[in-house]
Ligand binder design. Sequence first.
Ligand SMILES: Nc1nc2c(c(=O)[nH]1)N[C@H]1C(S)=C(S)[C@@H](COP(=O)(O)OP(=O)(O)OC[C@H]3O[C@@H](n4cnc5c(=O)[nH]c(N)nc54)[C@H](O)[C@@H]3O)O[C@H]1N2
Ligand SMILES: Nc1nc2c(c(=O)[nH]1)N[C@H]1C(S)=C(S)[C@@H](COP(=O)(O)OP(=O)(O)OC[C@H]3O[C@@H](n4cnc5c(=O)[nH]c(N)nc54)[C@H](O)[C@@H]3O)O[C@H]1N2
Ligand code: SF4
Ligand SMILES: [Mo]
Length: 685
Amino acid sequence: MVEIKYVPTICPYCGTGCGLNFVVKDGKIVGVEPYKRHPVNEGKVCPKGNFGYEFINREDRLTTPLIKENGEFREASWDEALDLVANKLKEVSDEDPNKVGFYACARSPNENIYITQKLARVACGTQNVDHCARICHGPTVAGLATTFGSGAMTNGFDSIKEADVIFCIGSNNMEAHPLFGRKIIQAKQNGAKLIVADPRYTPTAKLADDYIEFKTGTDVALLNGMMKIILDNDLQDDEFIKNRTKGFEEMKEVVMKYDVEKVAEITEATVEQITNAALDYGRAEKAAIVYSLGITEHSHGADNVMSCANLAMLTGNIGKEGTGVNPLRGQNNVQGACDMGALPSDYVGYRKVADQETTDWFNEYYGTNLPAKPGLTLVEMMNAAHAGDLKVLYIHGEDPVLSDADIKHTKEALANLDMLIVQELFMTDTAECADVVLPAAGWGEQEGTFTNGERRVQCLHKAQEPPEGAMLDWKIMEEIAVRMGVPREKFHYESAEEIFEEIRECAPIFAGMNRERLDTPEALHWPCPSEDDPCQPLMHKDKFAHPDGLGVFQALEHLGPVEVPDEEYPLLLTTTRILFHYHAAMTRRCKTLDNEVKTGFIEINTEDAEELGILNNEIVKASSRRGEIEIPARVTDDIKKGIVNIPMHFSECAANMLTNSDSFDPKSKMVELKACAIKVEKIEG
Ligand SMILES: Nc1nc2c(c(=O)[nH]1)N[C@H]1C(S)=C(S)[C@@H](COP(=O)(O)OP(=O)(O)OC[C@H]3O[C@@H](n4cnc5c(=O)[nH]c(N)nc54)[C@H](O)[C@@H]3O)O[C@H]1N2
Ligand SMILES: Nc1nc2c(c(=O)[nH]1)N[C@H]1C(S)=C(S)[C@@H](COP(=O)(O)OP(=O)(O)OC[C@H]3O[C@@H](n4cnc5c(=O)[nH]c(N)nc54)[C@H](O)[C@@H]3O)O[C@H]1N2
Ligand code: SF4
Ligand SMILES: [Mo]
């Protein structure tokens, strides 16, 4: 008899966090069914939710630890690999804990991530732990913490359905967060007006009532311009400004310099578009801002985020349903990775490293001697490796060779390490560069929790055994900690549930999440301070999360990208996502998704292409000051003239061969992944 069972889980791709059921046949995952009554996706999924399970039982899953010798990998036993890693980590961190660093995996459950930061802090004594949020929504965490006191989405997803006006800036949610996009469509059906601002006429823009085509990197100017129009028309919320905020006058002084004509010139949007958007947003009873990487991935990403916060506070559009500042978090569990303290400046639950009392608390709890000084960010770790200052890098499930800016720089940095450890499901571009590869169990093969972009903590369940030879992430790291000399009783868990209990002890925002409450359809969002708190999504209802309860306006000038087009590199490159692929390692190994889009392309405006004599589908050369690639051209009117776009997923024509790792956001350490200067040429012959 064939045994079929259904095991509830959460999609492992985007931060929407759709509920699914694995279909398990004779102990193997063979499909998924959307979870019909799940409150996020209500029985619907996007193509990744539907077919994205196909990677799980691939033949090329890693199943044996690998050690590199003379440039070649050889198979090793777990004992040998774990000893090698533990000895090296111990040797280098004993000498100087700043010489080791950790990247945590925002695709993996909270419990694994908590253990990654614990391995870094407890076994190695370092604060050098970070993850991909740095090059994703790091500016959100920094910018919203500065303005609102908490760096997270202010409203739940369903809240959008109550908005009268939705201002969507730098988010292509119809491809990147499709089941949140569905809620925008529902809001429109309820009568909401949708305004989309993006340099590309995306599938999301095509749904808009008003589309603002504008130039990459000019969001602060656009937002300042809109705020001036709101003030000129007396549409600000004086009560809200007076009772709930500070810093208004300083902000106003800067904003009043941004006449709409000047803004139209900077942004290349029209006066009419900017004015209409400002008046619609300003006049709405309830207006919501939705944004994503078009806002964050800039050398002024935190300024962009804070500008969005300014606009919301100016009009009192915060703390109510149908309003808010709503960054759409990227990875399925990137919210969780921040929450778990995989940040060099924060312990679990955003308890601050720099605060001596907090660090004393953790030193007591963990039995450590950590400094109250933040460690290196992800980008700083890579640069330290490049400079020879970081010796060991432990990558728990990230693929920086493909995803960090400037691949040449990344490869040089990794080659400069004494040891690179990569804990992965697959032989990724990054794993290829490793000295030791540790095969991990993945989605469907373990219990745990993911936290979606609206701070909803959701349970996962194990549906099949991991492939023989692969180990659970947290068990691998427990073994390493113990081999490094941490007493087993201080670093031992029987289950993921036990790890979550420790998280509740350390982080008041999770204290009310007991197992019975978590593993039910009733959703729990943090902050969840006690077991009788309803733990619902809306934040900043009566006061902001700063100690004095006030929101803080920021006075921000337009800065623009660091690297701007010139004669040699006349086009501005932006880099984005497509519906069918999700970064690389997993979806490119799902046959159905891979069949949809086999390789990358560069989008180029029809007029630009004509000037260069480039035809649709022609293979062209694209180059920047960092490197060059050959890539098929996609000639289209759906992108602004002067701007070109490459989806980031494809190693064989990788966008990050061209991007710039030198242009930092000083406030968040973001690198400018959404803007650099390139040229596109015909390949002769
Ligand atoms: N299918 C799919 N979905 C994904 C992912 C994936 O790889 N594939 N990845 C996930 C992750 S990690 C993340 S963070 C999210 C990202 O989700 P999004 O941020 O929505 O995705 P992107 O396509 O990177 O960028 C969004 C838009 O920003 C625009 N843009 C570029 N420059 C600017 C600018 O200067 N200003 C403004 N306003 N807009 C600009 C681009 O044209 C693009 O349409 O998606 C998540 N979902
Ligand atoms: N040019 C350009 N570059 C970008 C971006 C852009 O817009 N433009 N976007 C940036 C953004 S927003 C992000 S988030 C980053 C993403 O970049 P990365 O953080 O590198 O993201 P992924 O490719 O999703 O890497 C996750 C890896 O973890 C592995 N994995 C999955 N689950 C598990 C698990 O449970 N355990 C272990 N051990 N491994 C697991 C997968 O196989 C995969 O290789 O890329 C950034 N890079
Ligand atoms: S919208 Fe996101 S979470 Fe939902 S099915 Fe698609 S990829 Fe998965
Ligand atoms: Mo992301």
